[in-house]
Design a protein. Structure first.
Length: 154
């Protein structure tokens, strides 16, 4: 009896595994040419590339209370659309914003960063992490400078 159940179970397993139709798999991650499971796909060669003119910006000396902005300009030097999914900063005093629409190959965009120096007297280094469909998936930007005390009377 046990032998019959084992044989029947094995048969059902083999039959069910063999029923997957190639038409059903189209569009799946496994059949996606950009999938790492496809050994013939050169994923890195087809991926978007976010190329910045500079990854670090120094604001220099600021006065306590100043709000400053900077545009980190980039170009998609890859072969497919660049899609940014998030941009976050290491501190609440730094607010990044990014394009919400895809950036086509050869096109430009910018990550706009606002820094509020209020209550931040001293030197600063703030990191901005950009997550996109690039390889690697994260790119890092830095803003830095020094905040001097505000000596003007109110």
């Amino acid at each position: 009896m046990k032998y019959t159940i084992v044989v029947l179970s094995s048969f059902l397993l083999l039959v069910s595994c063999g029923n997957s139709s190639p038409d059903k798999a189209k569009g799946s991650l496994v059949e996606n040419p950009m999938s790492a499971t496809n050994p013939e796909a050169d994923v890195a060669a087809e991926a978007p590339i976010m190329t910045f003119k500079e990854n670090i910006h120094n604001f220099g000396n600021l006065v306590d209370g100043e709000v400053v902005t900077y545009k980190f300009k980039f170009t998609n030097t890859g072969k497919s659309d660049l899609i940014i999914s998030s941009a976050s900063a290491s501190c609440g005093c730094t607010v990044p914003s990014y394009p919400k629409t895809p950036i086509a190959p050869g096109k430009e965009g910018s990550i706009d960063v606002e820094f509020n120096s209020s209550g931040r007297v001293g030197t600063f280094d703030k990191n901005i992490t950009i997550t996109a469909n690039t390889i690697p998936t994260q790119v890092y930007l830095v803003i830095r400078g020094e905040v001097k005390p505000n000596t003007k009377p109110n």
